[in-house]
Design a protein around this ligand. Structure first.
Ligand SMILES: [Zn+2]
Length: 270
């Protein structure tokens, strides 16, 4: 009998002893039936082992010595020393390794899945961050895309007026017909005195919001004004608005002549 066959046999005996309760007849019967078919336990040790487990299962008198070394065996079959040394042998380890390999393959698979999941997560977070940065850039670029421009103001001197025709002539200096403007007289009306006294380029609404009660008293007195509609038309754009001019020749305008600012508010123009 070669050594490999004997090692296999001893290992098989240790495995059976560790796993099964030999006091159960059905277990021992099944082991012996399989052994009849496969003929693994054929050495002197194997034969002793088969006789011993049969005796245990069927309550026959037997001694409690180890079937391998002959020393006292607490389990009645193989002593602890033989169990341990055969379980730790190189042969036993070579039989166990496929099992361990499977376990380690499973571990590899798990760690691969985890690494793929974490990569996807990192990519997802990166895309999210890029989108956020894009929004941030857009947010900061809005003021430069839509800048607040200074109000357009008149370049002409203030000149007092006596009539509707004088008023028209003064407005014509700022909105000449030759450049595409059309000035139309609307009516005579009254307007707040204060609106013609604020700084050129200022918004009447904004100034009025900050007035003290005392300032309001003077500001909201009224005086006579001439009211004109002004329109502008060229090939690509059109503008519309209105102008009011008082007897001193001060002018306020409202509409689309103050690019980028409120079109529903009067501005001091001249
Ligand atoms: Zn022993």
């Amino acid at each position: 009998m070669d050594n490999d066959k004997l090692r296999q046999e001893l290992f098989y005996m240790v495995k059976l002893t560790a796993k099964y309760d030999f006091t159960r007849q059905e277990v021992v019967e099944e082991i012996l039936r399989l052994e009849n078919e496969r003929q693994i336990l054929t050495s002197v040790f194997g034969k002793r082992f088969k006789a011993r487990i049969f005796d245990i299962a069927y309550g026959q008198t037997h001694d409690d010595t180890c079937v391998i070394c002959g020393k006292q065996a607490l389990n009645g079959v193989i002593c602890d020393n033989c169990m341990e040394s055969i379980s730790d042998s190189a042969y036993a380890k070579s039989k166990e390794s496929p099992q361990k390999a499977v376990t380690s393959n499973t571990k590899d698979l798990k760690s691969n899945v985890w690494s793929v999941v974490s990569k996807i997560f990192v990519i997802f977070l990166s895309i999210l961050m890029i989108i956020q940065i894009a929004f941030l850039c857009l947010w900061y670029s809005i003021p430069t895309r839509n800048p607040k421009v200074k109000a357009v103001v008149s370049q002409n001197e203030i000149a007092s007026i006596d009539s509707k025709e004088d008023a028209y002539a003064q407005l014509e200096l700022d909105f000449p017909e030759s450049e595409g403007y059309t000035i139309t007289f609307a009516r005579t009306d009254t307007e707040y005195v204060g609106r013609f006294l604020i700084d050129v380029g200022e918004s009447c609404d904004e100034v009025e919001a900050d007035l003290t009660d005392e300032e309001r008293y003077d500001y909201f007195l009224k005086e006579d004004v001439y009211v004109f509609y002004i329109s502008y038309l060229d090939d690509i754009s059109s503008k519309i608005g209105m102008a009011e001019i008082n007897a001193d020749g001060h002018i306020i305008v409202m509409g689309q002549f103050n690019d980028g600012r409120k079109t529903d508010s009067f501005y001091r123009y001249r």
